[in-house]
Design a protein around this ligand. Structure first.
Ligand SMILES: Nc1ncnc2c1ncn2[C@@H]1O[C@H](COP(=O)(O)OP(=O)(O)OP(=O)(O)O)[C@@H](O)[C@H]1O
Ligand SMILES: [Mg+2]
Length: 367
């Protein structure tokens, strides 16, 4: 057992609440309604995992909530501050112009996923798909205009149509692409203590998912290396919904289903957070062994949790609608017994905490 103190117990406030970090070698599900404290609690757990284990962590962060994980609060213990300062935490940005920006290489994707970015189906769009399959994709420097010109001027009509498609969808304008430059995938592959991938700043709807797909496909392709990593997906419904909305989401969901089902023995461990259990693909949800449940009002959602996490007694789940912010039920492999926890204070800065409603000031009313 590797004990992680994550707060105090709700029923005995002077008793520390402890979970077993060694059980993050399986998949974890974090759930609660908006504002219940999921992201905050996730931050507390990640801080403790950084301090008490050697586990490498990659965070797919849709709201730039974890970009300040290496900035300790001034009130934190000086030894803890020093340890965080010495930690190898890499942050890739998209929500702000801060460097380094989050980039990945198109050619790192599988052909299926490359096609999904262009909304190409291997059967319905057979000729264009085939043209893409046989494009020269050797790594190196890349010139957008030269690439498009070569397609537009090709003798092969399928290649010309492929060029038109890429141009019309403006795929080459995605800020995500590394175009032969450094890719965040290389960093994740090095397994620093933590890689934070801020995917919240992209304008194109499929870009955050494509970024996730680049990382996850790479991890899956190299699973035989057996280099453990905890893959954290906040707002996980954006990555593996029950019904995918586009071709990239479909690829990503399939990849996550595969990791959920078979990744555990290769050291690919998921940590998924979302507001409602039904917003996650059931084949991913059903593979989770650890549960962190925050406040949840909806009886329907609680019934779903009871159904999937049959090891949690119903009368414990029934307390969830009465939880205050920062209170949670922890159950499953990482908690000896189910326990009610009041989450402790964060040691590091929150990236994107809630905005507040400002009171009216003199002169701000309508005239
Ligand atoms: N245990 C806590 N102690 C202090 N502040 C907290 C705690 N939990 C949450 N908060 C604050 O409450 C607000 C909402 O919390 P958080 O962002 O974690 O909610 P959430 O469940 O992730 O919501 P959403 O589903 O909308 O992302 C934040 O401003 C956060 O700082
Ligand atoms: Mg959140």
């Amino acid at each position: 057992m590797i004990p992680l103190t994550i707060g105090t117990t709700v029923d005995f406030p002077d008793r520390p609440a402890v979970i077993d970090a060694s059980r993050f070698n399986r998949h974890t599900f974090w759930c609660g309604q908006s504002g219940s404290g999921k992201t905050y609690a996730l931050g507390v757990v990640l801080e403790q995992l950084l301090l008490e284990t050697a586990l490498s962590i990659a965070v797919l962060d849709p709201n730039a909530d974890f970009v300040k994980l290496s900035h300790t609060r001034t009130e934190a213990d000086p030894t803890v501050r020093k340890r965080f300062a010495d930690m190898d935490i890499r942050v890739f940005h998209s929500s702000t112009p801060n460097e380094p920006q989050l980039h990945a290489r198109y050619i790192e994707l599988s052909v299926r996923s490359q096609a999904a970015v262009g909304r190409l189906d291997p059967i319905q769009d057979g000729e264009e798909y085939n043209a893409l399959l046989h494009l020269d994709k050797t790594p190196g420097s890349f010139d957008k205009q030269r690439f498009l010109d070569a397609l537009f001027n090709s003798e092969d009509p399928a290649r010309r149509r492929l060029g038109m498609r890429i141009d019309n969808l403006e795929i080459l304008n995605w800020p995500l692409w590394a175009f032969g430059g450094a890719s965040a995938v290389d960093t994740v592959n090095e397994r620093p203590r933590m890689t934070v991938l801020d995917v919240g700043g992209f304008a194109h709807v499929a870009e955050p998912q494509t970024a996730a797909l680049c990382i996850l496909e790479h991890l899956w392709q190299h699973r035989m290396d057996k280099k453990p990593i905890l893959i954290v997906l906040d707002e996980a419904h954006n990555f593996c919904p029950p019904v995918p909305h586009n071709s990239v989401e479909a690829q990503l969901t399939q990849q996550l289903i595969q990791i959920a089902a078979e990744g555990r023995k290769f050291g690919l461990w998921l940590f998924l957070s979302t507001q409602r259990p039904t917003k996650i693909h059931p084949n991913v949800l059903s593979q989770c062994d650890n549960l962190g449940l925050m406040r949840m009002n909806s009886p329907r959602d609680l019934a779903e949790i009871a159904d999937v996490f049959g090891f949690v007694p119903q009368h414990l789940l029934d307390r969830s609608p009465k939880f205050r912010k920062g209170e949670a039920l922890f159950a499953g492999a990482f908690s000896d017994e189910p326990q009610f926890v009041r989450i402790g204070r964060r040691l590091t800065a929150e990236g994107g905490s809630d905005l507040s409603v400002e009171p009216r000031t003199a002169g701000s009313g309508r005239v």
